[in-house]
Design a protein. Structure first.
Length: 219
């Protein structure tokens, strides 16, 4: 789609002053943040909120949006949180949700799980990685319930193209950007870690999706 992803230089990168100002505001406000980068579409930027604990993730994301609106107001620029701001052959805008539990992050827990689906079907998994795959498999039967809460107009983004999984399809995989749930390669090799739900759209209610994920994998 062009040389825009993680780009540098005025010919490829648009809006860096705004992205940098927003990052500084988040740091000043003590909003948990892990970084920012230019995205696939020109003028599209990503920033990461977290790590956070529980309901705090919604609080921090909500305030980060407020700060972004204020920064853009200062520059006389409009910000869009729409999941498909530009129609056609361009990436949409998601709000991927990375999540884990204490057990998922542990190599030392005494736990085994044999998945019935996915890349490890039939394998006996152990410890934190087993907890990760157990969580992923719990989400499969409730995929539709999650999609219904993952943001308005998300059907325009979750088409199976542009690094998405079709909204009517469910799958998880290692380092698979086209999956519903991506298992990071670092977590796969470490044998513990976190999962990435790639389905939520950029305009989601963060408290709704985090509570739904917790309900599905913990209750």
């Amino acid at each position: 789609q062009g040389p825009y992803y993680c780009s540098a230089g005025a010919v490829n990168s648009f809006g860096r002053d705004i992205a940098d100002a927003h990052l500084k505001c988040m740091l000043f406000a003590e909003i948990g943040t892990s970084g920012t980068n230019a995205e696939v579409m020109p003028g599209q930027w990503e920033y990461q909120v977290g790590p956070c604990t529980g309901i705090e993730s919604g609080d921090h994301l909500h305030m980060s949006r407020y700060l972004l609106l204020r920064v853009c107001e200062k520059y006389g620029v409009h910000v869009s949180f729409e999941p498909k701001p530009i129609k056609g052959d361009w990436n949409g805008a998601g709000c991927h949700c990375n999540f884990s539990t204490k057990d998922m992050r542990s190599k030392d827990i005494d736990f085994e799980f044999t998945p019935t689906d996915g890349p490890h079907k039939g394998e006996k998994l152990k410890a934190g990685y087993a907890k990760m795959i157990e969580a992923a498999e719990k989400m499969g039967p409730k995929a539709r319930e999650h999609i219904d809460l993952y943001g308005p107009d998300n059907d325009q983004r979750l088409t199976g193209e542009h690094e998405t999984c079709d909204m009517n399809t469910w799958r998880y995989g290692v380092a698979d950007r086209g999956a519903s749930i991506r298992i990071p390669r670092t977590s796969y090799h470490a044998g513990c870690g976190y999962l990435e739900d790639r389905r939520p759209s950029s305009n989601i209610d963060p408290w709704v999706i985090t509570s739904k994920i917790a309900e599905t994998i913990l209750l």
